[in-house]
Write a protein that binds this ligand. Sequence first.
Ligand SMILES: C[S@@+](CC[C@H](N)C(=O)[O-])C[C@H]1O[C@@H](n2cnc3c(N)ncnc32)[C@H](O)[C@@H]1O
Length: 371
Amino acid sequence: MKTMTKKKSAPALPLNTIVDGDCIEVMNGLPEASVDLIFADPPYNLQLRGDLHRPDNSQVDAVDDAWDQFASFAAYDRFTHDWLAAARRILKPNGAIWVIGSYHNIFRVGAALQDAGFWVLNDVVWRKSNPMPNFRGKRLTNAHETMIWASKEEGAKYTFNYEALKSLNDGIQMRSDWVLPICTGHERLKDDNGDKAHPTQKPESLLHRVLVGSTNPGDVVLDPFFGTGTTGAVAKMLGRDYIGIEREAAYRKVAEKRLANIRKYDRDALQVSTSKRAEPRVPFGTLIERGMLRPGEELYSMNKRHKAKVRADGTLIGGDVKGSIHQVGAHLEGAPSCNGWTYWCFRREGKTVPIDVLRQQIRSEMEERPN
Ligand SMILES: C[S@@+](CC[C@H](N)C(=O)[O-])C[C@H]1O[C@@H](n2cnc3c(N)ncnc32)[C@H](O)[C@@H]1O
């Protein structure tokens, strides 16, 4: 007799929680190909030698914590290799990773990323508008950190909200150098003694740009070095699901309190600009088929100089020319091309309305339709 072996069901994703533990072990326990984006702010391996003082002799609150100590570069490389392998396994095929670091570690991490099979898409320089000065005056002021953005593999269809980032940047294409302040003021979390709760808390503005640009609402964003939970806080505001991993109880406590006070933006506010090319194509003829415009109805040019008649097959006739809304518009204007959608208007109840309004109406109906 055949024995039935019960298939092991995949472990559920611990969505919107902070998991206690070592990130490599935790990630290895998560289902394969289940995460859309990983944002990682790993230990810098600063290798600080001795205390650092300001000119007034006060001590600088530097990153000298145990979590940032590694015995050697080789030990750091082993650690980087292991957490990157664990991270890559849980990424969906079209998933991507961001890793932030400083000159102490980012070059080693960059090589490890490529060795692990990730495909580097960009490196972004986060230029700090308010960096900490170089107190000893022996080197340049260290005023930036580098982020590497990579897809799981070459050719993957990673998410990139080009138009949304362009809108964030006042209509100008977003570049790879981002000038943003370090985390200070009310955003900087404090412990019970009023000291910084974490030495390397990242600014929310940085994560806002990363998540708007490379995720969509409902995506799963995992941060294996959660710290105070900046990634989770911004993900929650933006309607993404987060998974945080952090092994220090004190940081988890701070992050949990922070996240409990975060509210998600409302649905309309979460809609971002999308590429025009990504919007569904609506033929002009659909407006006639749907009875939104009638054959024989007159359309008027936006500049009020020309008019044309709608025909049953979705073409126009204007003056001595017949053709598409674009061809007739271009002919009447004597122009090489014309966007008929923004050129032609129709009249309703004494008002002149661009035909593009009808196209938008159809598109929004398409979006509302469940898949
Ligand atoms: C550079 S900080 C991240 C700060 C965070 N981005 C923020 O905005 O607060 C790195 C964090 O990773 C944690 N960490 C280091 N090694 C870890 C490991 N193997 N597993 C889980 N967490 C780890 C440290 O405790 C530290 O809080």
